[in-house]
Ligand binder design. Structure first.
Ligand SMILES: [Zn+2]
Length: 224
């Protein structure tokens, strides 16, 4: 037992000699690290933030709001029901909606094309995202371009989120958090857009047909 003491003392003494040198090396490394590693990281971070800022600014500028005069001029051509929906925020009766400017295209239309704002013609929804929700109103699980449709707190129905056209501010309908119907979930999984294993949560855009004008795919490229 006694013969181990010198060894312990010896180890302590050895560590005592080594520790200051190890500490100095560690401190030196710590002092060097920020100056060597943080500069490239800071530069990369600045570039990333700049790209994000430019991207947000560019997208915000993508839709320029119409003036009151522009809205009033375009509203002259609206049908009474489109005017009630877009300008007064009313809701058409379910299972009755017809798309603006058409003779027979109803809410459950399945044709390939783009749905534009009935007032300002901004493309708002794509038939690719349209699905049968069973509500009696045209329903979409995504917008044509998310910048084109704005979400605002409903003025008429507390707790609801209203969707409006980003250019003219016309009322379109409401947005609800929802689970995809099984058929839609299968379709999206088959297309690789989601997984069979993950529940697919999305925003259901429940829109009035009278707020939209259907444009067949062949003519949709002219929409701005
Ligand atoms: Zn519009």
């Amino acid at each position: 037992m006694h013969d181990t003491m010198p060894m312990r003392i010896g180890n302590r003494a050895l560590l005592g000699c080594l520790l200051p040198s190890l500490n100095r090396r560690a401190q030196s490394r710590c002092r060097q690290r920020p100056s060597q590693a943080s500069r490239p990281t800071l530069v990369m971070l600045c570039i990333f933030l700049l790209v994000v800022a430019i991207s947000v600014w560019a997208r915000a500028e993508a839709v320029q709001r119409w003036s009151a005069d522009q809205i009033a001029a375009a509203a002259v051509a609206l049908s009474p029901i489109s005017r009630q929906v877009l300008l007064e925020g009313q809701t058409e009766p379910s299972y009755s909606g017809r798309f603006a400017g058409t003779a027979g295209e109803r809410y459950n239309l399945k044709d390939d094309g783009v749905y534009a704002c009935a007032l300002c013609a901004l493309p708002l929804y794509d038939s690719e995202h349209k699905f049968v929700s069973g509500t009696g109103w045209p329903s979409f699980y995504d917008a044509y371009d998310r910048v084109h449709v704005s979400h605002v707190i409903s003025r008429s129905t507390p707790g609801h989120t209203e969707v409006v056209c980003s250019r003219c501010g016309g009322h379109l309908g409401h947005a609800f958090p929802d689970r995809a119907p099984p058929a839609l979930a299968r379709k999206l999984a088959d297309e690789g857009k989601t997984s069979y294993l993950e529940p697919f949560c999305f925003t259901r855009h429940c829109v009035n047909a009278a707020a939209l004008r259907f444009v067949p795919r062949a003519a949709a490229s002219s929409l701005r």
